[in-house]
Write a protein that binds this ligand. Structure first.
Ligand SMILES: [Zn+2]
Length: 176
């Protein structure tokens, strides 16, 4: 049986149509991208096999974000959409792209990654890694730096909304 339904995005208010093949499981996860803003709407589908019924539970998108004023979030999304490369879809694409690049260089970075679990002192004058060279990871480093820099706009804007009511109202910095 194919289920047809509609879900409303809590962030931008757009309604997205979902079509889903219902099988013999009692439930399964569901993740749908909002057709307008691209945010991931995810949750769980509960299927009542005995009484032929279905229900959805969508995870709240982070309580603090959802208690923010919808107009303020819509202003932010409008602002992001009006700048090339900063729409939620483009930012999500850049995350996927850098994750893909990460999986390609991860083998070379394993020793560096494992350092966070190593408790003994390392003498970097005499010890090092033989799995990667500067040239090998340079491109990834540059791309990751740029991607993380571009993504900073999201936490900064949400912080501005949370504490000052608007994405572009920044806190004052005291110069000493
Ligand atoms: Zn949306």
């Amino acid at each position: 049986m194919v289920y047809n339904g509609f879900i409303k995005c809590e962030v931008c208010g757009a309604v997205t149509r979902i079509r889903m093949q219902v099988g013999w499981l009692d439930g399964h996860p569901i993740a749908v991208a909002c057709q307008k803003c691209g945010i991931s709407l995810s949750g769980k589908v509960n299927i009542d096999q005995d009484n032929c019924g279905m229900s959805f539970q969508f995870t709240e998108l982070g309580k603090e974000i959802m208690t923010m004023n919808t107009n303020q979030l819509q202003d932010l999304i409008r602002f992001l959409n009006s700048h090339d490369g900063y729409s939620l879809k483009e930012l999500q694409r850049s995350i996927h792209s850098i994750m893909s690049a990460f999986t390609k260089v991860f083998g070379a970075l394993i020793p560096a990654y494992a350092l966070q679990f190593f408790r003994e002192r390392i003498d970097y004058d005499t010890e090092g890694t033989t799995t990667s060279s500067y040239e090998e990871v340079k491109e990834f480093y540059i791309d990751a730096y740029e991607t993380l820099g571009n993504l900073l706009i999201i936490p900064v804007a949400l912080n501005n909304i949370l504490y000052r009511g608007n994405y572009d109202v920044f806190g004052k910095i005291k110069v000493q």
